[in-house]
Design a protein around this ligand. Sequence first.
Ligand code: DC
Length: 228
Amino acid sequence: MLVAIDGTAGSGKSATAVRVAETAGFVLMDSGLMYRAVAWVCIEHGTEILEPELVALLASVPIAVHHRGLHMYVTVDGVDITDRLRALEVTGMASRVAQFAVVRRFLFAHQRGFGRRYADTPGLVAEGRDMGTVVFPHADLKFFFDAPVEVRAERRWEQLRELGIRTALPELRASLLHRDRADRQRDLAPLRRHPDAMVINTGQLTLEQQVELILEQIQACSRQRNPR
Ligand code: DC
């Protein structure tokens, strides 16, 4: 089974996707982490964010995506860089590199590979901005997460604090709005709700409720597929 969860930055997709994958025994694919990895490589190499430079970079730097149980991690040149990918500088750059066709094509291949490997067994939860609209339009279940920006900013602030990253709330709010705009307005695979996607307003729900809601849908879908 393939479950696609898309939505705005900080809407709680990642935390929910982790718990759903854990409980259902599915593999988790955090596609944002893949864009962050490309962004990190650009920063490290001082690459100009232009199409030819990105093409050269993706051809020459070995970026690989792995998973160990529920944990997804990214290596560059064999070194695990996952812990470095939540820094604010990487976040801003990820939103920029995500606008390039060459980057999206490159990651699309990785993402589809995850789908081929895990959708049937044990199942895949794919989380991002275009999972249900572009990468897996035939996903069995599609969800679209959103919440008011104030709620998202507070949640992000708390997450970053737990990671030891200090930031000001107004700055975080502005950065979320900026990313929302960039994600929604880009020409390629813009953030939008697939007509079949169930909208979940996470401003009014607890994490447990979000997880429960998706698990119920997974169970209903399995029952439909394997009626007794
Ligand atoms: O979900 P995230 O914050 O880790 O994503 C980082 C950036 O990557 C986000 O600003 C937009 C981009 N992204 C994307 O364009 N498509 C996806 N499927 C996932 C993320």
